[in-house]
Design a binder for this molecule. Sequence first.
Ligand code: ATP
Length: 644
Amino acid sequence: MAWGGGFGHGGGVFGSHTSTANGLPFGGIPSELMAEATKLLATEEPRPASNLDFSPVPSAKEREPLSLWRLVRAYPRPLVTGSLLVILTSLVLQAGPKLTELAVDHGMLPGHRSLRVVAACALAYLGVSLTSVLLQRFQVDVTGLLAARVMHDLRVRVFTHFQRLSLNFFTEEKAGVLMSRMTSDIENLQQLLQDGISQFALQGLTMLVITAVLFSTSVVLATWTTLLVVPALVVLTLWFHRASERGYLISRDRIAGVLADLSESLYGIRVITAHNRQRRNIRNHRHVVGAYRDANLYTGRVAALYGPSTNMIGILGQALLLGIGGNLVREHRLSVGALIAFFLYLNRFFQPIQLLVQQYNSLQQGRSSITRLRELLEERPSVEESPGATSLAPIQGRIGFEHVTFGYDPSRPVLEDINLEIAPGETVAFVGPTGAGKSTLAKLANRFYDPTQGRVSIDGVDIRDVTLASLRRQIGVVPQEPFLFAGTIRSNVRFGRPEATDAEVDEALEVVGLADLLERRPRGADTVVHERGQTLSAGERQLLALARAFLARPRVLVLDEATSSLDLASETRVEHALDRLLEGRSAILIAHRLSTAQRADRIVVIEHGRISEIGAPGELLSRPGPYRVLYDAWLAAGGRDVSV
Ligand code: ATP
């Protein structure tokens, strides 16, 4: 790819001092830095070529339900190393109190005073503490690496899944909600993997180790601990589990709401400003943000109750155990060192509980995020490639709609029993009142949707029997509102055929009549287009979309004419561009301007989801019928008379 070549091999961007060829606003490398840059490039490994292979049908592995375990087991080495480090750390961490017991009982008590024992214990204490610090450092390294790799895989998997889903999914789901899956949900998992799971395992293991040590230190005291402290902790933890799970589900839903509202406000800022909706918008956003705050306050309150309550149980328990333990020492059934060690361990027993509480929040977030991502990944495209699909051979362009019935909601048909055949090379214009089903019928031709009944064929082949890629390669679509991507005019035109040469792009721009416009811009076709083409006029955006279709050279073209009114000069330019574009191609033209419809070979009038009239433009105009009615209405509304 351009980036890999440019930076990886010292040519391209760095070598030539200019990047106008790439269309980037780049000033070149200052001469004093050039030597360093060249040195750096010499040591940099060339980037491997991308071997990405996209298939519209997910592989068996991609069909497996998402789970944390499936994600991490793809990396066995860091997984095993990380787990071993966690086990080792949890053992090493608990040596301290045992050493204290040794130092007290064998180095400090009357009759057993020994500086050597105390010094040896202190040195050993220092040694194990340092070892545990080192172990934890390695463990953080390893889990960080694991988390980074797993998150990369997951991001790519979710994005690939989006590329596979059908149009209906994106019209039904809010973009903001999908964005939150990619941002906050994936980040939750990242936190969980990086820190959460290992901490959870470490603290859980620590509790087990400590329980074992407590029993080995004093069975009596440990049994009292189990009777006095553990039941209260269990009840409290069960309550916390339920309350915080509820809280996190609500807060996840609400943050998705905040993001959805935000993205809609940003995309629709023009309309919002034009309609003076700012105040209402702010009120609405305050409402969703407020709901999110309430959810957070609730989870905060739950955590605030749980933490101090656990502390309280710990303090009460210790007070009672001090009495019981002191009595045991007095009766010589327990050594002083063992009592001190027991209390040190007991403190450490509560510490992991506190940490587990904190980690539990991130575990909850991670679990609900995984559930949402799993649901998202289980979403199946409504238009799926059939398992035996073959590649569509180069077509002539005969399109057939045979008894086609379709409804976005199958129980409410938008199109009913449509029968139409378009001959190779023929241009057919769809006209009719708004909402009649013109765009919907066109969307069936390249399988944006599948008919509920009947079939759509190309050169006699049912389009459900061919691969989606081979079908869409031969059917170009110019939508009503052409979408332009951030980049240059050139990269936008090249979108449908990335391998096209610069000369071919220039030819496409020339054909649609954009060449003179580009001459007036200092950077010509390398002019930067901002996101969604906001820096171009509506007519220019349309012409650009036509150039894009011209360059892709499809056999069949589906063109949804923009409804925005163009001035006469732009309209004439678009019409000339259309003439060139439609030459020798079969085309479906959804015409809102009847002046465009008049240029077609045949006109199909669609009303209420049915074809009400078909014929050549002259023929339809010459008789009283639906088209004549539409045409007269169009003239009365100021349309340009093109009947002669
Ligand atoms: P226009 O001239 O305004 O573009 P059209 O004839 O192209 O109109 P369509 O876009 O085909 O009309 O819509 C036909 C009907 O289907 C309309 O009633 C519309 O509300 C409905 N419709 C369109 N898209 C969807 C969708 N994604 N989900 C549900 N209903 C839809």
